[in-house]
Each structure stands twice: as structure tokens, then as C-alpha cells.
Design a protein around this ligand. Structure first.
Ligand SMILES: Cc1cc2nc3c(=O)[nH]c(=O)nc-3n(C[C@H](O)[C@H](O)[C@H](O)COP(=O)(O)OP(=O)(O)OC[C@H]3O[C@@H](n4cnc5c(N)ncnc54)[C@H](O)[C@@H]3O)c2cc1C
Ligand code: SF4
Ligand code: SF4
Ligand code: SF4
Length: 400
């Protein structure tokens, strides 16, 4: 009798493949204390067909490929580059799809500032801005796997971007390879808790006495190498905070709020089932003949399929591109290709405290932000306003 789907609940990534495949629509995704969604079967309706267990990519891993070619790219559109996490690779793929009446699936915020996947076509091109920039919280794929299948059955080009576990889920659900499907995954540090994000936004909204209208986890005001969280409030105020002092970023990078599967992620390998893997290019002047790093960002791209290799040359109008060495980029920029975020010993306590107290109090107790951290953060802002930040960051980076 089927009463659980994934062979080990701790490894369930919440990809939604089981929910999408169920012929009786009797699987719901239910949030745990961290706001992470897990499947639950309505046993009154289940017909014990076993499709969910067979489709789960944790139970039955799908075929993955190594890296055929590696590149670093920068989007030619300056406005897009500024808004993108690194070099704006995702937007270049999206523009290509729009020109071919394709659909683009990516991650943005809904009107309650919850992180979700959604799909857009040319008529909603202005919503691409919502997808640009990494959100370090688990996204809800919703019904997008079924929407992708419907579009592919009508022979439409589809670009789907997500974490490696989401791409594995999508591919398991689709069961066959479609020539019109392009998948893009990320080098994935892990995903943070949706519940922690909501508590953080509530706290910041109260602190600034205003509704939050925009959230950017990797804003480039201080440059690519010093990117920060940026919140924009309805009353016109703006907040900037780096991973050194910002409660959400600090919680994310200290491993205190990731999904349990991220601490034992089955996708931590260079081989992928996607067509492309994109990730930060922190060392452009060491992986290419570009000598000057102007602090505006590049994206590393690994190509995993013939389809991907053929597509690369068709995007040259959208980006500047250089070929790189896979092993060098892996060593310099790809530590999270095969490393797990360390699980913070107080993870569960931190999340439990947030059900009772504000992130201001929980942050003080668990996140270890020191007066020195606040001092460095303040100095950064002073240097920026004195137009000296680039020079100082450049000097420090040369020494490292
Ligand atoms: C949760 C997460 C963890 C990451 N960890 C690392 C890492 O450890 N090392 C590293 O080098 N790079 C990591 N990245 C990738 C990096 O942040 C950039 O996304 C990448 O460099 C591409 O940037 P870009 O400028 O080309 O694209 P951008 O324009 O910034 O596009 C971002 C893309 O990511 C998608 N996306 C945004 N948020 C999510 C989400 N929550 N879940 C799924 N997809 C999302 C968007 O749909 C879009 O396709 C991570 C990204 C995410 C979302
Ligand atoms: S066994 Fe079949 S009917 Fe039951 S939950 Fe799984 S997919 Fe749905
Ligand atoms: S298919 Fe995805 S959501 Fe369903 S049990 Fe497996 S990992 Fe979890
Ligand atoms: S670390 Fe692994 S399990 Fe966690 S979101 Fe990334 S790919 Fe999925």
C-alpha cells in the first residue's frame, strides 16, 4: 500500500513531479514548519497505481550528462545586466524564446511576496524583470510542469529555469525528451525557507513602517562583488544589507534555514540532466583573456547537451561570450557543484523560535552578527558615497 512517495522523506525536494503525474489528482503539497512543501496523498481517492513513486526522481534518478563546453557570458543589454544576478544569461535565453513565440518559465514573487514559478510569452515580456535575479528561497513550481507539457504538445518552444532538483522533477514527469524544450539549472547552494522569508519581510515592513514593493536578493548598487539585499518600500525608503548583516541572507548562507534535502542533496554533481547550468563567474580575469574585471558581472555556463551546444551560437546577438576551461571554472567558482550547505545545529530551533518571536530576536540569538560586521557594512556605504568603494574592493581582491 502506497502511503509515502519518496524512498526517504528527508531527500524529498518538493519538486512536484509526483503531484503533476497523479491521474486522480489526489496529491497535495503541504507546508512544514519552515514553509517547505511535501506531498500528501488523499488515501480516499488514491487507486494505488504507483505512478507517483515511479516518477519521483529521487527514487529513479534520470540520466545526466557531463560538461561538453564551458563559457562565460555577459548580456549586451546594460539595463538587464544591472538587474541580473551575474551576467544576465537567463534573460538572453528568454529573449531568444520570445523571438520564436516561445514560453519562458522562471521564478518571481507573487502579490504576497511568495516565491513562485510562472510562465510568460512575448505578450508579457515586461514580466521578465520579475524573474531576473536569484531568490534564495524555495520556489513553488505550482502547476507549471503540466503547463510545460501542454505547450510542448503544441510544438511551442519552452525555456524552463530552476534548481537542479526541479529540472530533474520536470524531466521525470515529462518522461521523454522534447526537441523544443530547453532546460537551465543552477549551481545550487540550497534553498532557504519560505516561512523565514515571510517572517523577515514582515519584520522589515514593520521596522520601516511601510509595505515592501520590491525584493532583490542580489542587488548590484555596490557592484557585482559586493551585491546586497535591497528592499524597496511603498513610502519611498530603500534598505540595503549584505550577507554580513542582513538577517535573511545571513540565515541562508549560514545553513540555518535550508530545506532538509539540501543538506544531503542527490544532485550535487557536475553531471546534469539539464541543457545548461548557469552560475556566478567570480574570476573572469583568471578564466579568460578578459584582463579587467569591471565589477558588473559575468555568468558561467556549462553546456550538457548537443541541443544546448547548437543553441549557444544562436545567442551571440544577445551576449558577449568567451570559452572557458571547465576544470578551472569548477575549481575557482564551482565549490557548490558538489558541496552541501553545512546544516546549522540550531536550524530547527531557529525556525521554531520564528513561530513565536520576530526575526530581530531570533537573528540576535542565532545569527552571530558582530559589531565588527556592522562597522564594515557602514564603512562600505561611506566608501560608496565617497566614490571610493570600487577602488578599495579592487585592491582587496587583488591581494586575495
Ligand atoms: C537558490 C539559488 C542558489 C544558488 N546558488 C549558487 C551557488 O552556490 N553558486 C553559484 O555560483 N551560483 C548560484 N546560484 C546561481 C546564481 O545566483 C545566478 O542565478 C547565476 O549566476 C545566473 O545569473 P544570471 O545573471 O545569468 O541570471 P539571472 O537573470 O539572475 O536569473 C536568475 C535565474 O534563476 C531563476 N531563479 C531565481 N530564483 C530561483 C529560485 N528560488 N529557484 C529556482 N530558480 C530561481 C530565475 O528564474 C532565473 O532564471 C544560485 C541561484 C539560486 C536561485
Ligand atoms: S498511487 Fe497513483 S493515484 Fe495514488 S497518489 Fe500515487 S499516482 Fe496518485
Ligand atoms: S516527486 Fe518530488 S515532491 Fe514528489 S516525493 Fe519525489 S522528490 Fe518529493
Ligand atoms: S541543494 Fe539540491 S535539493 Fe536543495 S534546492 Fe538545490 S538541487 Fe534541490
Amino acid at each position: 500500500m502506497i502511503n509515502s512517495i519518496c524512498k526517504n522523506k528527508k531527500l524529498c525536494t518538493g519538486c512536484t513531479a509526483c503531484q503533476a503525474v497523479c491521474p486522480k489528482k489526489c496529491i497535495s503539497m503541504i507546508e512544514d514548519k519552515g514553509g517547505f512543501r511535501y506531498p500528501r496523498i488523499n488515501m480516499d481517492i488514491c487507486i494505488q497505481c504507483g505512478l507517483c513513486q515511479k516518477t519521483c526522481p529521487v527514487n529513479n534518478p534520470i540520466e545526466s550528462n557531463g560538461v561538453m563546453k564551458s563559457y562565460a557570458i555577459r548580456n549586451k543589454n546594460k539595463r538587464i545586466l544591472k538587474k541580473s544576478t551575474s551576467g544576465g544569461a537567463f534573460s538572453a535565453f528568454a529573449m531568444y524564446a520570445f523571438e520564436r513565440n516561445g514560453l519562458v518559465f522562471g521564478v518571481g514573487f507573487d502579490d504576497k511576496l511568495k516565491v513562485r514559478h510562472f510562465g510568460i510569452d512575448l505578450s508579457e515580456k515586461n514580466r521578465l524583470a520579475e524573474m531576473i535575479c536569484s531568490k534564495y528561497v524555495q520556489s513553488d513550481p505550482g502547476r507549471t510542469f503540466t503547463e510545460v507539457q501542454n505547450a510542448l504538445q503544441q510544438n511551442r518552444l519552452v525555456i524552463y529555469s530552476g534548481t537542479p532538483c526541479q529540472i530533474a522533477g520536470l524531466k521525470s514527469f515529462l518522461k521523454k525528451d522534447y526537441s523544443e524544450l530547453i532546460t537551465i539549472d543552477l549551481v545550487c547552494h540550497g534553498v532557504g525557507s519560505p516561512f523565514v522569508l515571510q517572517q523577515y519581510l514582515k519584520y522589515m515592513s514593520e521596522k520601516y513602517h511601510s509595505r515592501i514593493v520590491d525584493v532583490r536578493f542580489r542587488n548590484k548598487t555596490y557592484g557585482y562583488h559586493s551585491s546586497t539585499m535591497k528592499l524597496t518600500f511603498e513610502n519611498g525608503k530603500e534598505y540595503y544589507g549584505s550577507a554580513r548583516v542582513d538577517y535573511m541572507l545571513k540565515a541562508y548562507f549560514s545553513g540555518i534555514c535550508s530545506r532538509n534535502s539540501c543538506y544531503e542533496c542527490p544532485y550535487k554533481q557536475i553531471e546534469r540532466c539539464s541543457d545548461f547550468t548557469i552560475f556566478d563567474s567570480w574570476h573572469i580575469n583568471q578564466v579568460s583573456d578578459i584582463t579587467e574585471d569591471d565589477n558588473r558581472g559575468y555568468t558561467n555556463i556549462y553546456v550538457h547537451s548537443q541541443k544546448g551546444a547548437e543553441l549557444i551560437s544562436k545567442l551571440s546577438k544577445f551576449w558577449d561570450i568567451v570559452e572557458t576551461d571547465t576544470e578551472i571554472t569548477r575549481t575557482l567558482d564551482g565549490s557548490m557543484i558538489d558541496h552541501y550547505p553545512p546544516k546549522h545545529p540550531k536550524r530547527d530551533e531557529f525556525i521554531a523560535m520564528l513561530h513565536e518571536q520576530s526575526i530581530g530576536l531570533a537573528g540576535k540569538k542565532y545569527l552571530n552578527i558582530t559589531p565588527k560586521d556592522y562597522f564594515i557594512e557602514k564603512s562600505k556605504s561611506v566608501l560608496y558615497h565617497a566614490k571610493l568603494l570600487d577602488k578599495v574592493v579592487g585592491t582587496i581582491r587583488k591581494k586575495v
